[in-house]
Design a protein around this ligand. Sequence first.
Ligand SMILES: NC(=O)c1ccc[n+]([C@@H]2O[C@H](COP(=O)([O-])OP(=O)(O)OC[C@H]3O[C@@H](n4cnc5c(N)ncnc54)[C@H](OP(=O)(O)O)[C@@H]3O)[C@@H](O)[C@H]2O)c1
Length: 274
Amino acid sequence: MTDSLRDKTIVIVGAGPGFGRTLALRAAAEGATVVVAARTASRLDGIVEDVRAAGGTAIAAAVDATDPESVRALRETVGEHTDAVHGLVYSAFAVPSMKPLAETDHDQISRGMDLSVLGALRATQEFTPLLEAGSSNGAASNGTQPASPSSVVMMASAVIHHSRERYAGYKIAKTALVALGHSLATELGPRGIRVNTVAPGYIYGDTLKAYFEHLAGKYGGGVDDVYAHTASRMDLRRLPTEDEIVDPVLFLLSDAASAITGQTLTVDCGEFHT
Ligand SMILES: NC(=O)c1ccc[n+]([C@@H]2O[C@H](COP(=O)([O-])OP(=O)(O)OC[C@H]3O[C@@H](n4cnc5c(N)ncnc54)[C@H](OP(=O)(O)O)[C@@H]3O)[C@@H](O)[C@H]2O)c1
């Protein structure tokens, strides 16, 4: 623990049981007050309990990122606790169609875009005033003050680097999310808000293990075989853990990344050289 997020409020939209929970615990351990938001209130309460048990500070707030009124209500709830937000992580995700485009209903693509792209835009737009209030940008004071711009981190995927069969719906949404991040970085930079995306190859936690079990059942072999087959494409011959995806997100949220905006950081144990 380095206190890299001390006195900062970080909002995680789409806080799931793996990456989102680990990020909440680690951000709180770095000194942040963490707001965990998603649709499943019982899970959010569990994350808050875990953060508090570890000595951190967290608040749970239910949100449906596809519903503008719900995102507004989240911002109002956060606004009751603080007048400034320093970091926003957008991680909301639902399993896409995984069918070839020829068999993919356009509504499925629209739903993926609505959650992954417009949800990220809704959340960023809604939180911009609070993020601006949380920013202190050194450039605006001719560098005489240390820079501490606010930070938005959007969770993309290394699917942006390949065009494998069945990943089209996911790729379309995550690639558009990266484009959104670029444009938001341009628009919000002058207001002292940085915007970056992180593109994990895989996040090896319970969700992915369950998927590998499914693949093992379907194609034969065991989970270890599926893992080894998948990892054989990586330079490091293994898959990133949840903590290894959280690490760069914490970095991008912190002032150690105060001059980094408009970037996409691929974290994939070396599958793609970008
Ligand atoms: N897991 C991987 O291997 C992997 C690889 C590359 C990229 N990524 C990306 O990394 C991020 C985290 O991945 P993950 O596997 O931890 O995802 P995850 O477990 O599916 O967590 C994402 C959470 O988003 C929430 N969500 C879904 N729809 C929502 C909505 N309408 N409003 C608000 N929240 C919503 C869900 O919680 P509720 O159902 O409670 O709302 C879900 O728990 C995702 O953006 C994913 O695309 C993951």
